[in-house]
Design a binder for this molecule. Structure first.
Ligand code: ATP
Length: 221
């Protein structure tokens, strides 16, 4: 089984997440995508983060009816700051033997990887799939994919231009996908909601309705 992993705050989940997951699934013939909402995001302030249960509820509404999409509450159960090194370790213990894991992240997160806990170990634990995110693509257009990696670990990779992938010395690979650029962010959705602006078509209608009914993201700047 080939399993994609998409971690995030999902505050709220939006069509940028969903479409990237769908395109990664199709491009790499993944059998399923597991969305893993964090408990506490290590790189973001805690202000304005809806409760884990609320974020899970929005995820459930968003993926309803999609047989390839699932949700895991492993980071929420673990509590504390949600570090990918721990999540991927747990996933490897759970599925590593019989499944090939693909860790999907946006370009904005990928170029920040050097700040993640024990990031250098992540590349030997899973394959990476980097999906395009507007605003983070142009600046990288002329650079080789290896230049997107933290300097200290570039020597551990070689680039296969035919398949647009970086091969790690462990045998794992990092794919770069030219997914549809959707300039949608949870931050902007929260801002729009707080200013009573429409967020229609930026996220699934059921999630939009839930945000409205629950009065989420009203009081933020
Ligand atoms: P925020 O605006 O609150 O920082 P976000 O919209 O970036 O949130 P996250 O939940 O932090 O959403 O993102 C989870 C993952 O999804 C990250 O790897 C991020 O790069 C990726 N991602 C988020 N939005 C998009 C998008 N529009 N296109 C592609 N990838 C995205």
């Amino acid at each position: 089984m080939r399993t994609g992993i998409l971690g995030g705050t999902f505050n709220p989940i939006h069509n940028g997440h969903l479409r990237s997951a769908e395109e990664a699934r199709e491009a790499l013939s993944l059998d399923r995508i597991i969305f893993i909402p964090c408990y506490l995001p290590p790189h973001k302030g805690e202000n304005d983060v809806a409760s884990p249960n609320t974020r899970v509820k929005m995820l459930e509404l968003a993926i309803e009816g999609n047989e390839h999409f699932e949700i895991s509450d492993m980071e929420i159960k673990r509590e504390g700051k949600s570090y990918s090194i721990e999540t991927l370790g747990e996933l490897n213990r759970l599925y590593g033997e019989e499944e090939e894991l693909f860790f999907i992240i946006g370009t904005d997160s990928f170029i920040e990887l050097g700040t993640w806990k024990e990031y250098e170990k992540l590349f030997s634990m899973v394959n990476f799939v980097v999906v395009a995110r507007p605003g983070y693509v142009d600046g990288l257009k002329d650079s080789s994919p290896a230049e997107r990696l933290p300097v200290e670990i570039r020597v551990d990779f070689c680039y296969d231009s035919r398949f647009r992938l970086l091969k790690h010395k462990s045998g794992r690979v990092t794919h770069f996908l030219e997914t549809t650029l959707l300039d949608i962010s949870s931050t902007n959705i929260r801002k729009d909601v707080s200013r009573n602006r429409s967020v229609k078509y930026l996220l699934p209608a059921k999630v939009e309705r839930f945000i409205e009914e629950e009065g989420l993201f009203k009081g933020i700047r």
